[in-house]
Design a protein around this ligand. Structure first.
Ligand code: HAS
Ligand code: CU
Length: 580
């Protein structure tokens, strides 16, 4: 009998940590998904059982659990797989790996409990600040402390991968960085750069303010620091999905990656361009000059390039796979793809929906068109196609390949997996399409009561009732899909016995390998320096003018004058709320 060579056989210790990490991620997905259904039914007036004010607590938990907890846990797990697999060596010290995971868990618990305080009277905390935690909304200090722990944990995860790579490089000084490691490292580099923004916002302003150390903050400044991080974070979610499309999808399709050099160029472009664009979330913020917004728009349009390159490369690789399997013709090769494999089909459908989500992103990015869609349900439609499908569906689909690798067991029910990913596609088609349409006639986002008294929305096509029905039905199908997913994962893990039929832990080969690109592509220091310079160009003047106009700590407030900085007893006072 041939020796099985799954990930769990090669790296049993790493497999154990990654399993725990993925379970944290799946738990967040299950709770977050359920909350999504509650909101979907409430907003559309189909079923209302929460108090309208609690809607914002639920919405905060939904956003935080899904876009921060679910996605980021999954990606740190999958990047750990990517680095160890492609370097063919374990992490330097597995205790360190457990350490950063524990830190991220602790952060999640603090954040989770403080949000829960919004609906549970016994918990004397509150964090109804939505996942963007803009001031003047204020959360309990534990919320901010939890966020800091979570983010610092993710920084240490990156350090873990860099350490593994440094050790490998010592032994392989002349080799090119293997592609999956290259992708994980470039992603981490822009994550380090961009999360400095949110770190400053929290540590210098929001946390001291919530603790009562300072009296006020400059909302525009903290918003700008948030979006300095808030745009790049969307690519932090997307890059692991892209990695899976580059290294897994071609393999599952039965072929090879069309071009390794092109994939590297894409990740370098994301490293360079992800950060200097955050102001495209602030086109409607007064207090930022139009010129700065124009620069952000220009950078954003350049940033479309790596995604368009990805669309080309990934589809070309799929076509190569299909032709290897006997596919022919201009389009009939599509029929030769392995549509019965939930991992393949889920990822391919995620890519297809991302084409639509990317398109609505281009519309958002237009400085003038944005005025039409900003703060409307359109934006919610946009990000449910991007993070909610390109990323979430890819992660779920990939789990049908990864769970066997991590547990040594077969998926409990693969056909159910196929149903699950298709159900997501259908549910999201209904929900996101309706949301986009609703946004076009001004239906606002983030409100429990979208109907204003004395005002009737008038859709150009269809009716409000029909749009609401699609959203409610879509939300129900999506939640059902999450439950099918989690059931499959649970039964795979606890049921079944170890199987010898698990495929080897490998990823796609390439038609054109790294040797076809100049070595400078692997010069991470160079690209990081360019990224830093671009950030300085894009942000120094806007930040200076925001501080000049509104003060570091709010208009007219000089923290260096005595009396304004609160006395330390206030700090103790507010800490009393945190301590039991
Ligand atoms: Fe966005 C708002 C612009 C991409 C997430 N975005 C948001 C928000 C979120 C979000 C969460 O400029 C709301 C934030 C909030 O709460 O206020 N976005 C863009 C642009 C892109 C973009 C230009 N967004 C994303 C991604 C996200 C994400 C990715 C998460 C993962 N977005 C904006 C703007 C706003 C915004 C404004 C602010 C709006 C406002 O007013 O508030 C681009 O990166 C998109 C590029 C993508 C493409 C598509 C390429 C197609 C591909 C598919 C290949 C096909 C395959 C399969 C593989 C050009 C790669 C084929 C299958 C076969 C069967 C053949
Ligand atoms: Cu953005």
């Amino acid at each position: 009998m041939a020796m099985r060579n799954a990930y769990v056989d090669q790296f049993p210790d790493e497999a154990r940590v990654i399993r725990s990490i993925l379970w944290s991620s799946f738990l967040a997905l299950t709770i977050g998904g359920t909350l999504g259904l509650i909101q979907g039914l409430h907003r559309t007036n189909v079923l209302r059982f929460i108090n309208p004010p609690d809607y914002y607590t639920v919405l905060t938990a939904h956003g935080v659990l899904l876009v921060l907890t679910f996605t980021i846990f999954f990606l740190v797990g999958i990047f750990t797989w990517a680095v160890t697999t492609s370097l063919d060596r374990g992490v330097e010290d597995i205790r360190f790996t457990w350490g950063w995971y524990a830190m991220m868990m602790l952060g999640t618990l603090l954040v989770g409990i403080s949000i829960l305080g919004g609906v549970v009277e016994q918990i004397p905390m509150n964090a109804d600040v939505l996942y963007t935690f803009y001031s003047p909304f204020q959360a309990h200090p534990a919320f901010y402390v939890g966020l800091v722990l979570f983010v610092v944990g993710s920084w240490l995860a990156g350090l873990d991968w860099f350490r593994t790579w440094w050790a490998w490089k010592k032994e392989n000084p002349d080799e090119r960085i293997p592609l999956p490691t290259f992708m994980a490292l470039t992603t981490m580099l822009f994550w380090y750069l961009s999360s400095i923004g949110v770190a400053i916002s929290i540590l210098a302003f929001l946390l001291p303010w919530s603790l009562g150390i300072i009296d006020s903050v400059n909302p525009l400044l903290t918003r700008t620091l948030f979006w300095f991080f808030g745009h790049p974070v969307v690519y932090f979610w997307l890059m692991p999905a892209y990695m899976l499309w580059y290294v897994m999808l071609p393999k599952l399709a039965g072929g090879k990656l069309f071009s390794d050099p092109l994939a590297r160029v894409v990740f370098v472009l994301f490293l360079i361009l992800s950060t200097p664009v955050g102001i495209h979330h602030q086109y409607l913020d007064p207090g930022i000059a139009e010129g700065f917004k124009f620069i952000a728009m220009t950078n954003t349009m350049f940033l479309l390039l790596p995604s368009l390159l990805t669309a080309f490369t990934v589809v070309a690789s799929m076509e190569h796979g299909a032709r290897q399997r006997g596919g022919e013709g201009y389009l009939s090769w599509l029929k030769a793809l392995p549509w019965r494999d939930p991992a393949f089909t889920g990822m391919a459908l995620a890519g297809l929906m991302f084409a639509a989500g990317g398109f609505s992103g281009m519309i958002n990015a237009g400085l003038n068109i944005n005025y039409l869609v900003h703060n409307s349900w359109w934006v919610v439609g946009h990000f449910h196609l991007t993070v909610g499908t390109a990323v979430a569906l890819t992660f779920m689909a990939a789990s049908y390949w990864f769970m066997p690798q991590l547990t040594g067991k077969e998926i409990w029910n693969r056909s159910l997996g196929l149903v699950q990913v298709v159900l997501w596609f259908i549910g999201m088609t209904l929900m996101s399409n309706a949301m986009h349409r609703a946004g076009l006639f001004g239906m606002p986002r983030r409100t429990a009561e979208p109907q204003y008294q004395g005002f009737n929305f008038e859709p150009a096509v269809g009716t409000v009732a029909e749009i609401d029905a699609q959203v409610a039905l879509g939300a129900a199908l999506l939640t059902l899909s999450v439950y099918l997913f989690i059931t499959n994962m649970v039964l795979t893990t606890i049921g079944g016995s170890s199987s010898d039929a698990i495929p080897d832990n490998t990823y796609a080969g390439t038609l054109s390998g790294p040797e076809d690109s100049p070595a400078i592509i692997d010069n991470l220091k160079l690209w990081t320096s360019i990224a830093v310079v671009l950030v300085i160009i894009a942000y120094s003047l806007p930040l200076a003018s925001i501080i000049d106009a509104g003060g570091l700590f709010g208009p007219g407030i000089d923290p260096w004058k005595p009396g304004v900085v609160a006395d330390p007893s206030l700090v103790l006072e507010s800490l009393r709320g945190v301590m039991p």
